[in-house]
Design a protein around this ligand. Structure first.
Ligand code: C2E
Ligand code: CA
Ligand code: CA
Length: 765
């Protein structure tokens, strides 16, 4: 042992050894604890270096402590060697540790030089391992001093360019103290003091490192706890997003969570739309926050944005499900829901609910004329008109049922008088004059639910619809579903059911009215007229024809008339005329139906009467009529003169007979009436048509008709319709018709349209 040699362990008092060992135990134990705590956790690089550094110090102290218990010899030499190497390692570790703490410049060269020096020192030791090693100790000391200078230089280089934290300052002070003690230990000549300094120099730094690690650990624990709280808060907010109703309330909640978790009352939030259905949320605070805390704020913001997008999408889906895309009015579903709610509320409040049902007159035609764009435009105008009506009145709810049907639901509705005024205003306030079309108008029907009625929104809808139809039918344009209409509707329903049963039970019988030769009064033909035999009570077409046409029941009735007429032909041996309604011609299998009812013979003894207006309306039926004519049947234009058809058009139709309407026949006594008949006769002769004057009620009229040249007449004066007729074929010596045309089946001669009587087109109008 040489007292002149610094950095070398020497004899120290027992208490120093005890302090050494105690410190070694503390620092070492703390290293172990640190290592266990940090395991698996994320930690900063500095923490690792500090740990290695502390471990080195612990070993250094241990080697020093143990030194006192050894006698000079191999073991003591080994401890001495280990101690020196650990001092060297301590100095070397200062470089990476400082870099990790202060993010200093690259250390490759610093470490390389220090390591080389230390290896050189170690090698010198082994060159002369046992004491006394005078020359070698000098070399080792020089190496340590050099490495210490390099480390100090690096530390100064790093710290010089950095703001040092409180912990950093503690470390620097402790490091400086340790270094000073180490240096002093090397310089002081007092052997006793020098040995003590060499034994104890590392303790300040060891404890500073321990303190720092402890503080760091506490910080890390705090961060981990905050992270945990943040995760919880994020999950809470994500859950709340499913229950919140709007993005604003969710944003407030996110802001409050952030304020609590970050303990920062200055956190604020904002929510903005960037494009259709896209949102940006921001949570911010003027206070400085760590990266983790900022990530937390971003996470919360993203939850709010995603939820806002979801709410927007849901509400837009809901809007489409409950609104009409064209007019943006509530659709049928929404109206039905509102109506149900309104009636239920009215039931509690004992108030009335009215439903105003509007329908655009002739919308289909308007659409055909102007195309769908024009149609859409007028619908939008109707919607605006109704919307304006409901504007600012919470009791009124406007919706579109579909097509051209709109409704206004009125809660706490007024009395019928006021509703009539409202319906009238609605009707009169809307006149759409799109160029080139007839003014489009609304037909308005109103029905009300009153306390005491059954809660049945469908019934209310039906009643309002009925009132609207009635408004349309009666051409008044508006109608309230009142007691009278209710009674009428019920009667109609009853009537309709009865008509259906009557048709099913075959209660329709053909009555026959003669058509006679005007001069000889011979029966030339009979016209079948339908009668409803309601258990002995005869009902004329006036009572049921309209309903039969509406319901389509006229088709089976007409076919029954055809079949009965065919039997009458056999019975009376006189040609028959049967009325056909436009509907009957419209069926795709109309020809088959007619053939099935009539049979396949005697077509030439059948005349089919179609009213002039029906004929004009059913253009598509023309081929069917030609088909029937080709079989031998004749076509008569019934009620001729009332259909206002263009004669030019009529002349192109496949017809054989004109039946002058009784309204003209009645006027035949006047000059004007006579000239009308004359004109019709002239027209008929030009086209080679037969003429029948119907509704002859007076002998004077018959005489005038004969004078004018009418060949055939029909009317009450000549014979009323009856179930049976006192005739059987032509009487002997008369009957020009049957003399020429015996009543027998003749083969059907196909007649093309070009061979028909009307080939010349004249515009006589
Ligand atoms: P229509 O084809 O013009 O039939 C003539 C109508 O005038 C019959 O009335 C007849 O009874 C009535 N009449 C006959 N002579 C006179 C008269 O001198 N004065 C007056 N005021 N009336 C007279 P009805 O039987 O009530 O039939 C009314 C209408 O019902 C018919 O008019 C016809 O359009 C329709 N109709 C009758 N039966 C059928 C049928 O089986 N099928 C179809 N589709 N329509 C029918
Ligand atoms: Ca007729
Ligand atoms: Ca007629």
């Amino acid at each position: 042992m040489d007292a002149d040699v610094p950095f070398v362990l020497g004899t120290v008092p027992m208490w120093v050894t005890m302090v050494q060992l105690l410190a070694a135990g503390l620092v070492g134990g703390f290293c172990l604890l640190q290592w266990i705590w940090w395991r698996g956790e994320r930690r900063r690089a500095g923490a690792e270096w500090a740990l290695i550094w502390s471990a080195d110090i612990a070993l250094l102290l241990l080697a020093g402590g143990l030194f006192a218990f050894t006698d000079p010899g191999a073991v003591q030499d080994a401890l001495q060697f280990a101690h020196t190497q650990l001092v060297g390692l301590f100095l070397l570790l200062a470089i990476p540790a400082t870099r990790a703490f202060a993010a200093g410049p690259p250390i490759r060269w610093w470490v390389a030089i220090s390591t080389t020096l230390l290896l050189g020192g170690a090698a010198a030791w082994w060159w002369h391992p046992t004491s006394p090693r005078h020359g070698v100790d000098v070399v080792v000391t020089a190496v340590l001093v050099a490495v210490a200078l390099i480390s100090v230089a690096y530390v100064v280089a790093c710290i010089g360019s950095h703001k040092v934290s409180r912990l950093g300052a503690l470390l620097v002070v402790a490091g400086a103290e340790s270094l000073a003690m180490l240096t002093a230990g090397g310089i002081i000549t007092n052997e006793y003091l020098s040995a003590m300094l060499v034994a104890l120099w590392s303790i300040p730094l060891g404890f500073a490192l321990g303190t720092m690690a402890l503080v760091r650990l506490r910080q890390a624990q705090r961060v981990a706890r905050t992270q945990h709280l943040m995760r919880d808060a994020t999950a809470r907010l994500a859950n709340a997003a499913w229950f919140a109703r709007d993005a604003e309330s969710l944003l407030l909640r996110a802001r409050d969570e952030a304020r609590t978790i970050l303990a920062d009352p200055e956190v604020e939030g904002s929510l903005r739309t960037i494009s259709h259905g896209r949102f940006v949320t921001e949570l911010y605070s003027p206070a400085a926050h760590t990266a983790q805390e900022r990530t937390f704020l971003v996470d919360l913001s993203q939850i709010v944005s995603a939820a806002a997008e979801r709410y927007a999408l849901t509400s837009s889906l809901e809007r489409t499900a409950f609104s009409d895309p064209l007019t943006r009015l509530p659709n049928r579903r929404a109206v039905e829901k509102h109506l149900r709610d309104a009636i239920e509320q009215a039931n509690v409040e004992r108030t009335r609910v009215s439903l105003v049902y509007c329908d655009l007159d002739g919308f289909k035609r308007f659409n055909d004329l102007h195309g769908h764009e024009g149609g859409d435009a007028v619908l939008v105008r109707v919607a605006d008109h109704l919307r304006a009506l409901a504007q600012g009145d919470a009791q009124r709810f406007v919706g579109r049922l579909g097509g051209d049907e709109f409704v206004v639901v009125i809660s706490r509705a007024p009395q019928d008088v006021d509703l009539v005024a409202l319906a009238r205003n609605l009707r009169e306030g809307f006149v759409d004059r799109t160029v080139g079309a007839r003014a489009a108008r609304l037909s308005v029907g109103v029905a009300s639910w009153v306390p005491g009625d059954v809660v049945d929104p469908d019934a209310l809808m039906r009643h309002a619809d009925t009132a609207m139809m009635e408004a349309k039918r009666s051409r008044t344009g508006f109608r309230v579903y009142d007691r009278a209409l209710r009674r009428r509707v019920e009667a109609a329903r009853h009537h309709r059911a009865a008509l259906e049963t009557a048709v099913a039970d075959g209660q329709f019988t053909a009555y026959f009215q003669p058509i006679v030769d005007a001069r000889t009064l011979e029966v030339m033909q009979v016209e079948a007229l339908a009668r409803w035999d309601d258990h002995g009570h005869l009902l004329l077409p006036a009572d049921w024809l309209e309903l039969a046409e509406e319901t389509g029941l006229i088709v089976p009735i007409g076919l029954a008339m055809l079949a009965q007429s065919r039997r009458a032909l056999d019975r009376f041996q006189v040609p028959v005329a049967v009325n056909l309604e436009a509907r009957q011609l419209a069926a795709p299998d109309a020809l088959e139906q007619i053939e099935a009812a009539w049979g396949d013979t005697y077509w030439e003894h059948l005349t089919l009467e179609i009213t002039e207006s029906a004929l004009v309306r059913t253009g598509p039926a023309v081929p069917l009529l030609s088909e029937l004519r080709a079989r031998g049947a004749k076509i008569a234009v019934d009620d001729f003169g009332t259909g206002y058809s263009s004669l030019a058009r009529l002349s192109r139709l496949p017809v054989d007979v004109l039946k002058i309407d009784r309204s003209f026949v009645r006027e035949v006594g006047t000059d004007r009436g006579a000239s009308v008949i004359r004109a019709i006769l002239e027209l008929a002769s030009v086209h080679g048509l037969d003429v029948v004057a119907e509704g002859v009620e007076r002998s004077s009229d018959l005489a005038t008709l004969v004078d004018l040249g009418v060949r055939r007449v029909q009317g009450n004066f000549l014979g009323r319709a009856a179930a049976t007729l006192p005739i059987r074929g032509p009487r002997p010596g008369t009957g020009a018709w049957h003399a020429q045309r015996p009543l027998r089946s003749v083969p059907t001669q196909p007649r093309g349209p070009e061979t028909g009587p009307l080939t010349v087109v004249h515009n006589l109008a």
